[in-house]
Design a protein around this ligand. Structure first.
Ligand SMILES: [Fe+2]
Length: 194
């Protein structure tokens, strides 16, 4: 976690709940003056107040500490809204069905935005027997490589880990319509509609 809690976050969330500093203070058994101090950066809530504060503001403690409120509506309805998170330090790759607060190696990871396949990160898909042969036209060196390929449909995900000492290719069963995602450690996430 790289932040505790900021006054701006408390203020914004309190106002969103149409609560005065007095009302929030009452809920927590403290004075409105104390709330005002937090909001203007002149004090921080005691750790023992974090849980009741988050509850009063209608969010989780993690969200309060990150200053971010995540609302995932009907996630299960469409897996095509999947998000990928990759840690730039250790290379860990995380898949989520919707937005999430993900942290790895002590840093909060942003959800990656995929770019459409382009020159330099082109991909070809050829049918082979009952599968598809996927080739990404990209170098595979220790410092610049494709670290995974994933096929996401509205129902399932297949993810294949690639290694710099291997080739930028794999075989996948592409059943149904979906997106092929692939991640370059230097240039980020790409995708191609299949
Ligand atoms: Fe690249």
């Amino acid at each position: 976690m790289n932040s505790y809690v900021t006054g701006t976050t408390i203020k914004q969330l309190r106002e969103k709940q149409n609560m005065t500093q007095e009302v929030l203070g009452e809920k927590l058994g403290i004075s409105s003056k104390t709330v005002s101090k937090w909001e203007t950066g002149k004090g921080l809530p005691d750790i023992s107040l974090l849980q009741p504060l988050a509850q009063a503001l209608g969010i989780s403690v993690i969200e309060l500490m990150n200053g971010e409120h995540i609302i995932n509506k009907n996630i299960s309805a469409n897996m095509l809204r999947s998000k990928f998170y990759v840690c730039p330090i250790c290379g860990n790759a995380i898949h989520a069905l919707g937005n999430a607060l993900v942290s790895c190696c002590g840093i909060t990871l942003p959800a990656l935005e995929a770019e459409e396949a382009e020159d330099g990160h082109a991909i070809t898909v050829e049918p082979v027997e009952d599968e598809h042969f996927i080739t990404i036209h990209h170098p595979m060196t220790k410092t610049h490589f494709i670290s995974f390929v994933a096929f996401v449909t509205d129902q399932r995900i297949q993810l294949v880990k690639l290694y710099p000492e291997g080739e930028a290719q794999t075989r996948l069963q592409l059943r149904g319509r979906g997106y092929l995602y692939y991640f370059c450690n230097q240039h980020g996430l790409f995708r191609k509609k299949v």
